[in-house]
Design a protein around this ligand. Structure first.
Ligand code: 9MR
Ligand code: 9MR
Length: 703
């Protein structure tokens, strides 16, 4: 690791510097922890982790269920300390169970329940001679994941340069300024003829491509708004490790605004209709944003895009109107929502049918990027009507759609970009005090609808050996699971039945590794996670690790969705076995692409869980600790620094160790302060050594 020295800065603090020799001259560089954001990454593990023990590779919360699955039917199972290997708990395995899927045995396994063990630390499960990935048991293992899954949106910003101060090695130049996009023939009107130059600045790239699509932005932005509304105090103080704008109360809100403002720019002020998307005519190659300079088009207005924008804008208006900083913005949102609603009522069946458009000979430029071509709009109308009703308390929004009877028509549909009706029902459910007029008194019936949904999703988990609640195994399957996790959480909130809440945790366990692929599906987290997601910046930059915090699309039994016959290219790929049909290669966009509508429900689930657990802000996770030899170690932190004190001893040095015991940073004598770079997240050990050789160690969580 080279040589480290402590250097005192102007403000009197001492930071750790690394001395490297470069072409004969000594230069001093600032030390950056070269760690992945995941607490427990494969590179920090001493032993090769077994593929046959499957579990949440991030961590388990104190006092909450802890469950893993082993494909070994006979051997003894133990929980061991990850750094010493010492056994800390004997696990009594459940019965050998076969898990069938679509008539075939997928896995034969035993469940390993270690809920009874409840001591913070970093552990592995040992079955026979095999060791699982390392994971933490701590007060709040979801906090780091929450921050990273939201920061992923920041990493996917269009019209934005990612500064090195916060993007680290994933810093990149600004791409797609979108200060000049052009009206496509399919969108031409008298007021804005073909090729009219428009601005459509900001927003997030949809996924692994550089398109910006309103339909998919709708559900994604709603989900983040709902996350904020579900845990405001938590997100008002949770730093996301992004450049904070002091005028905005919360980093999460700032991120949402980045996309909301772009969504508003997609509305034609002349009539209130909203364009479907801004994209190049064809998908770009795997280049960095700055290199994709092809002309960008504003493509055709549509009923779905317009109602989705209206719903989200109405929600934002309600959420932000009491915030003095955002009041004017809230008013703008409401006006946009109402004019969008009016356009949609006048244009109730404007489908975006890209294939049909491309047959139109008058429209010379063919558009071949993502379609998001939804053809049924009843759910969009219900959603927008629900949000507008809640925000304005004007009953005609509710009566126009007959919400009073539809809102609890059973069963509610699962969530997805073309299925947004349930978003409206969830908003109604979450705002019982606003159910007035024709919706007065429907609260209990909404409760029973979400309860019915919760039962179906939860009970699917009792029918498979992995204890996985209901999901699906098609394009974007991880979003299906995560969205069902949201429904479980809402079912818990409505009914106070804790089995729903615990099932939502099982959904997170699934996404983080307790699944038949053995992958933790979030980049940068866990011992085995996607390394080659279909994500242009991750593929095109020179950094080996993918941009962190992104959820891969997940197993997809319809492998023919992929461009080439991946089954031929990758022999052995279990392409037709739904739950296993996942391939960590860049070309498999149908199983390994990232997307905002997949990250949003991940952020929601991790976020509401994290908010419900004790916070672990810098400083609070740190205690003083007495070593076996009697020496006491007191740690103090402030943003970016940790310092130590051993009462009665003179410190010789201070080290930061990974959870495997490997040194990642070391300070010199007289400088018992180490700079922590905020991108070095996770659980570490701090070891102080006195001049007389006495050592004391304490744990530190860098959130
Ligand atoms: O990169 C594109 C991805 O974002 C889409 O989800 C996917 C399906 O529409 O298409 C990808 O682009 C591929 C294109 O469809 C066919 N040629 C190869 C492209 C991937 O490099
Ligand atoms: O998530 C979308 C999935 O439901 C569709 O089946 C698929 C094919 O139309 O498209 C997916 O969305 C992609 C979009 O079209 C372009 N950007 C990437 C999206 C995720 O793969």
């Amino acid at each position: 690791m080279g040589l480290y020295t402590g250097l005192t800065q102007g403000d009197g603090t001492t930071v750790l510097k690394r001395q490297t020799s470069k072409r004969g001259t000594m230069s001093v560089q600032r030390l950056f922890f070269g760690l992945s954001v995941g607490v427990v990454s494969a590179t920090t593990c001493m032993a090769q982790a077994s593929e046959r023990i499957r579990l949440n590779q991030v961590g388990f919360a104190l006092g909450k269920p802890k469950f893993a699955v082993s494909l070994d039917s006979n051997s003894t199972a133990l929980l061991v300390d990850a750094s010493t290997g010492d056994s800390v708990h004997a696990i009594v395995p459940g019965p050998v169970t076969k898990w069938n899927y679509a008539g075939r045995v997928m896995d034969t396994c035993r469940g390993l329940d270690f809920t009874a063990f409840d001591k913070p630390g970093v552990y592995r499960i040992k079955v026979g001679n095999e060791l699982s990935h390392a994971f933490q048991i701590s007060a709040n293992p979801m906090q780091d994941l929450t921050r990273a899954s939201i920061k992923a949106f920041w990493y996917n910003r269009s019209s934005y340069a990612l500064p090195e101060s916060h993007a680290g090695k994933w810093a990149r130049e600004l791409g797609h300024p979108d200060t000049a996009v052009f009206v496509h023939a399919a969108a031409a009107t008298e007021a804005r003829p073909e090729n009219t130059k428009l601005r459509s600045v900001g927003g997030w790239y949809d996924a692994g491509d550089y398109g910006k699509y309103v339909v998919n932005s709708g559900i994604s932005t709603w989900t983040l708004l709902h996350l904020y509304e579900s845990a405001r105090p938590y997100f008002d103080t949770l730093p996301l490790d992004v450049p904070t704008r002091p005028a905005v109360r919360s980093d999460l809100v700032d991120e949402i605004l980045w996309n909301l403002r772009w969504m508003l720019s997609m509305q034609d002020p002349n009539d209130g209709g909203v364009y479907n998307k801004v994209t190049t005519a064809n998908f770009s190659g795997f280049v960095m944003p700055v290199k994709d300079k092809a002309k960008r088009w504003m493509v055709q207005k549509g009923t779905a895009a317009t109602l989705d924008m209206a719903a989200v804008a109405a929600y934002a208006a309600r959420l932000f109107r009491n915030d003095p900083e955002l009041k004017t913005f809230a008013d703008t949102c409401l006006a946009a929502a109402i004019s969008g609603w009016n356009w949609a009522r006048a244009n109730p069946d404007s489908v975006y049918d890209q294939n049909a458009n491309n047959l139109n000979e008058d429209w010379v430029t063919k558009i071949n990027t993502g379609g998001y071509g939804d053809g049924s709009f009843a759910d969009e109308f219900n959603w927008a009507a629900s949000e507008l009703f809640l925000t304005t308390q004007i009953d005609s929004f509710a009566t126009a759609q007959g919400l009073a009877t539809k809102a609890f028509a059973s069963p509610w549909s699962e969530l997805g970009w073309p299925n947004v009706g349930t978003l409206g029902w969830l908003s109604l459910l979450s705002n019982k005090d606003l159910l007035t007029g024709s919706l007065a008194g429907i609260g209990p019936r909404l409760d029973s609808s979400i309860n019915a949904m919760g039962v179906v999703i939860r009970d699917a988990g009792t029918k498979n050996a992995y204890r996985i609640p209901k999901g699906g195994y098609y394009w974007g399957s991880n979003a299906v699971f995560a969205n069902n996790g949201i429904l479980l959480w809402k079912a818990w909130q409505a009914t106070k039945d804790t089995t729903f809440r615990d099932a939502s945790l099982e959904t997170l366990d699934y996404l983080l590794g307790r699944n038949p692929t053995g992958y933790c599906f979030v980049t940068g987290f866990g011992g085995k996670s996607p390394l080659h997601p279909h994500h242009r910046p991750s593929g095109a930059d020179t950094v080996k690790a993918p941009v962190p915090g992104f959820l891969a699309g997940g197993p997809n039994g319809n492998y023919k969705n992929d461009d080439k016959d991946i089954a031929d290219l990758y022999p052995g790929y279990p392409n037709t076995l739904g739950p296993k049909a996942y391939l960590d290669v860049q070309t498999s966009y149908a199983s390994n692409e990232v997307a905002i509508n997949w990250n949003a429900p991940l952020a929601y689930l991790a976020g509401v869980w994290s908010a419900s657990l004790p916070p672990m802000a810098v400083g609070t996770g740190i205690t003083s600790r007495t070593a076996k030899n009697g020496a006491r170690l007191d740690l103090a932190t402030r943003k970016g620094f940790v310092s130590a004190n051993m009462p009665g001893h003179t410190l010789a040095r201070l080290e930061i160790l990974g959870i495997d015991g490997r040194t990642v940073a070391r300070s010199s004598a007289v400088a018992p302060t180490i700079e922590l770079r905020t991108s070095g997240h996770g659980l570490f050990l701090v070891r102080a050594v006195s001049t007389t050789g006495i050592a004391a160690t304490s744990r530190i969580l860098i959130p």
